[in-house]
Ligand binder design. Structure first.
Ligand code: SGN
Ligand code: CA
Length: 544
């Protein structure tokens, strides 16, 4: 019997074989869609990233299955939800026995390379070449783990260096005769947000509009939002994040509440060469001086406003370098005739809070962290300037790329190929709900374990483990997600329908209370239940 795939593979003549597209997967770390001008130009202009949207399709409802770094990457590479690929949180290393789509691309004649942040606790499989950051990596003079040269220390700024490696591979290592798959993975704009020297001054002078919910008191939500430790005023590090010199904290009597605030500053700023440090001090010295002068007259509102501006200056400053460097890569592709048959993706491992609900960080299924930027261009296949509001997920990349490369996807992958949407056959796309599950708790930022179903109209969430709370949001009428309507009688029938749909989705994806329980026990055994900024212990309350 001839299977569909064999037929597909047999029908590929050598010319068609050559016609298989190259794929460049550009992903930044923690890049909020609010900070890409193709989505929203109030905070920053990103003309180069926007080129991908202008040449292709912009997705306004792209989302992740689990809003945290390494789990998102594992979902991307395996095409499976966290409970099946095993990478539920940042603590456990990736299970390298999992099949990933780059392995399949490589086995089918693709050249494969990865540069930048992976965060798996082990090296990637299925890559001809890689230079990756150990763990989170550093902004200044970072270390890289390489496939062929062991560990190397490189002088320079991380975003520029990852791009240098990428361009060097395209120019000097890539063979013209075979298609390639390239993962170009930025560390920026991950915490502690250190912009490149050339952007320090420019961004330190900017003032940014505040989000409407900066002073959210979480009154319309349950205990998960109230107990999370992501607030700009109360949980951000003064030195590590807001870049006060440690001695300024001492001088002003600001305590090191997290226990690693000053250490975080030293870890990053301490890496700079004397010349880099001198440029840094030129900008951050005066900023520290003026803060010392005004600190004692500032009330809590003033402090929150100051911290928001400092946060945006540094966070967006790191994005300026990402945008410039994406431009370098796009220019190279254009100048070398590679735009013709290359799929270019720009995305992030998840979204991020830029002061909405008073927060930074991610993890929640609430929109700013659940959604993620996504734009894809492919000359001649995707209509330039097109848009999609379909609920696509990071779960879908593996099957999309395998289909583009004419390779049959393993039957246990759980996504959907985006191909119908990309080529304008949206009638062949029928997903109406997605599934979400976050696990890393108790841990830094203290976002409780939860799972959810999300449709275009509603979001039904269950927080479990040390609580047993449900939340329901009306996404159309309450887009900022300020009011949990779970107990509102007006939503009784919607609630019932969503519960049924959630149950069906969990069965479809193979998730269950039993699996959650096993994963919880694994976590508590290995990580403990006293993580977070402050030591505490937990009593299990809710069955999920
Ligand atoms: C670090 C950050 C956290 C962040 C996690 C996970 N603190 O611990 O704020 O949530 O990484 O981020 S830091 O001060 O050490 O940077 S993730 O992108 O890797 O998931
Ligand atoms: Ca991340």
């Amino acid at each position: 019997m001839v299977t569909e795939t064999t037929a597909k593979m047999d029908s590929l003549g050598s010319n068609q074989e050559k016609g298989r597209p190259n794929i460049i997967f550009i992903m930044s770390d923690d890049h909020a869609y609010q900070a890409i001008s193709a989505y929203d130009d109030r905070l920053i202009q990103t003309p180069n990233i926007d080129r991908i949207a202008n040449n292709g399709m912009l997705f306004s409802n792209a989302c992740v299955t689990n809003s945290i770094c390494a789990p998102s990457r594992a979902t991307i590479l395996t095409g499976k939800h966290s409970h099946l690929n095993g990478k539920t949180d940042n603590h456990f290393p990736f299970d390298t026995t999992m099949v990933t789509f780059p392995q399949l691309l490589k086995a089918n004649g693709y050249q494969t390379a990865m540069f930048g942040k992976l965060h798996f606790g082990n090296n990637p499989k299925g890559f001809d070449q890689f230079k990756i950051l150990p763990g989170q990596g550093a902004y200044y003079n970072p270390t890289f783990i390489t496939k062929n040269e062991g560990t190397i220390e490189v002088e320079g700024y991380v975003t520029d260096l990852i791009t240098d490696f990428t361009l060097d591979w395209l120019e000097n290592e890539r063979k013209e005769e075979d298609p390639f798959f390239l993962m170009y993975l930025h560390k920026a704009p991950h915490r502690e947000w250190l912009p490149a020297e050339r952007h320090l001054e420019e961004f330190s002078k900017k003032t940014f509009p505040e989000p409407a919910t900066l002073f959210d008191d979480y009154s319309g939500r349950g205990s998960a939002a109230k107990e999370a430790e992501m607030n700009l005023l109360t949980h951000m590090n003064w030195s590590g994040d807001s870049k006060l010199y440690p001695e300024v904290m001492d001088q002003l009597g600001i305590p090191d509440a997290s226990g690693w605030d000053k250490g975080a500053f030293q870890r990053e700023v301490g890496r700079m060469s004397p010349a880099q440090r001198a440029n840094w001090d030129k900008v951050y010295g005066p900023m520290n001086d003026s803060f010392v002068k005004s600190y004692h007259s500032m009330n809590e509102v003033d402090k929150m406003k100051w911290r928001y501006q400092r946060y945006m200056q540094d966070y967006l400053g790191t994005i300026a370098a990402v945008d410039e460097n994406v431009g370098r890569v796009l220019d190279y592709l254009e100048e070398n005739g590679l735009m013709e048959n290359t799929i270019i993706v720009y995305t992030s491992d998840q979204g991020f809070y830029l002061g909405e609900h008073g927060w930074f960080d991610k993890r929640f299924v609430y929109d700013e962290s659940f959604k993620t930027p996504l734009m894809i261009s492919w000359h001649g296949k995707i209509k330039p300037g097109s848009k999609s509001d379909e609920m696509v997920q990071n779960l879908d990349f593996a099957q999309t790329f395998l289909e583009a490369a004419n390779i049959e996807a393993p039957s246990d992958m759980q996504g959907e190929s985006l191909m119908p949407l990309l080529i304008g056959q949206s009638d062949k796309w029928d997903r109406d709900a997605v599934y979400y599950h976050y696990y890393e708790y108790p841990s830094i930022h203290m976002v409780k374990r939860h799972y959810a179903i999300v449709t275009k109209e509603y979001k039904l969430i269950h927080f479990y483990y040390d609580v047993d709370e449900w939340e329901l949001y009306d996404r159309k009428n309450d887009p900022k997600e300020m009011k949990n309507v779970y107990e509102d009688p007006a939503y009784a029938s919607i609630k019932k329908t969503l519960h049924g749909q959630l149950k069906a989705l969990r069965i479809k994806y193979g998730d269950s209370s039993q699996i959650s329980q096993e994963l919880l026990e694994r976590y508590l055994k290995e990580v403990g239940n006293t993580q977070g900024s402050f030591v505490r212990s937990f009593k299990k309350v809710g069955n999920e």
